[in-house]
Design a protein around this ligand. Structure first.
Ligand code: PLP
Length: 365
């Protein structure tokens, strides 16, 4: 039903497609959900307990300064708590950055197969999205630099990338930063940073330059996607502007408490990362045995390459009939690929069996 008296949505919103989430699973029997890059196990028991305790005080608004969580993060990462901003997922921080730094008509630059939410928030802020080509599904620093225009305000790079799973060493990101004009804000989204920590990919140290933001999240390695907590390290003057663009009480008290407890349980997080790495390598090996081409990657998912977009759709549908849900990648310009989140070993054994069955039966209509 339309109502002619209602105002129409802003043109930039009306012209946008809805954000592409995973297709909902079919009704009925339980499915194996491998489409959302969620953790393969529940959060640390101490995080669950902290959230339960915090729920008893839920009549009060949450701490709008995130003091305890900021202390927990600062202790673990040797940072100054005042540099930290917390949001309802790093998605909220990405939105606030776009709102704060993109005037209508200004541009954000990101990469060909980069995280789609960078594009969504740029468009919502009225900005133009520019895309730099990648090289074999790896961010190409020279292509990014070549794509900078006079009106480029921000550059978004996810490292490791989603859905590519590839990553650049921090000296490559440093090279990008040094060669970018100093008035361009660089955002390094390290949503999967914990999966490569210790391998020289982290860029938290770049924030001290004053022109770079590094984002992290509790949604992946900490297993708190349902709680919605992300954090970032910001230069002071940037933090001041981004906080104005943020909903001041967006992260609930149970979520803050869970995140702080999860951060203080680094052993648990590291064990999750180790389990994920083992599971990923096992899945990649089995998928290759089945004749599939699988990108190595380093996060909590694998990117399976099929000979054609038609073959990828057929495999996605065949797996769906077997109640295994994986993610199609058309909106990322990778329509011949499927992204498979790594679940726990028992679940992956079942999923791999079903994958093997549909491939054996050639049931890829
Ligand atoms: C999952 C993911 C996020 C995290 O989003 P949250 O809002 O923190 O759940 C951010 N960036 C990338 C590239 C991701 O894959």
């Amino acid at each position: 039903m339309t109502n002619a008296a209602l105002p129409v949505a802003a043109r930039r919103v009306a012209e946008m497609a809805p954000y592409p989430l995973a297709d909902p699973p079919p009704d009925g029997d339980p499915v194996i959900m491998l489409a959302q890059n969620e953790s393969l196990r529940p959060p640390s028991p101490s995080a669950i307990e902290a959230a339960q305790t915090a729920a008893t005080s839920a009549a009060a608004y949450p701490d709008a300064d995130w003091s305890d969580l900021r202390r927990a993060i600062a202790d673990v990462h040797a940072l100054d708590p005042t540099q930290l901003i917390v949001g309802a997922g790093s998605m909220e921080l990405i939105s606030a950055i776009a709102t704060a730094y993109l005037d209508p008509g200004a541009a954000a630059l990101t990469t060909e197969h980069g995280y789609l939410f960078f594009r969504t928030t740029t468009r919502l802020a009225g900005g133009r999205v520019d895309l730099a080509p990648e090289k074999d599904r790896v961010v190409d620093i020279d292509q990014l630099l070549a794509a900078v225009r006079p009106d480029t305000r921000v550059v978004f790079v996810a490292n490791p990338g989603n859905p590519t799973g590839t990553w650049l060493a921090s000296n490559e990101i440093e090279r990008l930063r040094s060669a970018l004009p100093s008035h361009v804000l660089l955002i390094v989204d390290e949503a999967y940073g914990e999966f490569v920590d210790g391998s020289g990919a982290g860029c938290l140290h770049l924030v001290a330059r004053g022109d770079t933001i590094v984002l992290r999240t509790f949604s992946k390695a900490y297993g708190l996607a349902g709680m919605r907590v992300g954090w970032g390290v910001f230069p002071d003057h940037v933090a001041k502007e981004v906080r104005k663009a943020l909903n001041p009480s967006s992260v609930s008290a149970p979520a803050l408490a869970a995140a702080a407890a999860a951060m203080r349980d680094q052993d648990y997080m590291r064990e999750t990362v180790a389990l994920t790495t083992t599971g990923r390598e096992a899945f990649i090996a089995s998928a290759r045995t089945l004749g599939l081409s699988v990108g190595g990657g380093c996060a909590n998912f694998a990117l399976v390459g099929l000979p054609s977009p038609g073959a990828a759709s057929a495999l996605e549908r065949a797996l769906r009939r077997e109640r295994v849900i994986v993610r199609k990648m058309d909106s990322y310009g990778l329509s011949a690929c499927l992204r498979v989140t790594i679940a726990d070993a028992a679940t992956m054994a079942i999923a791999t069996d079903r994958l093997s069955k549909v491939i054996r039966e050639g049931d890829l209509r």
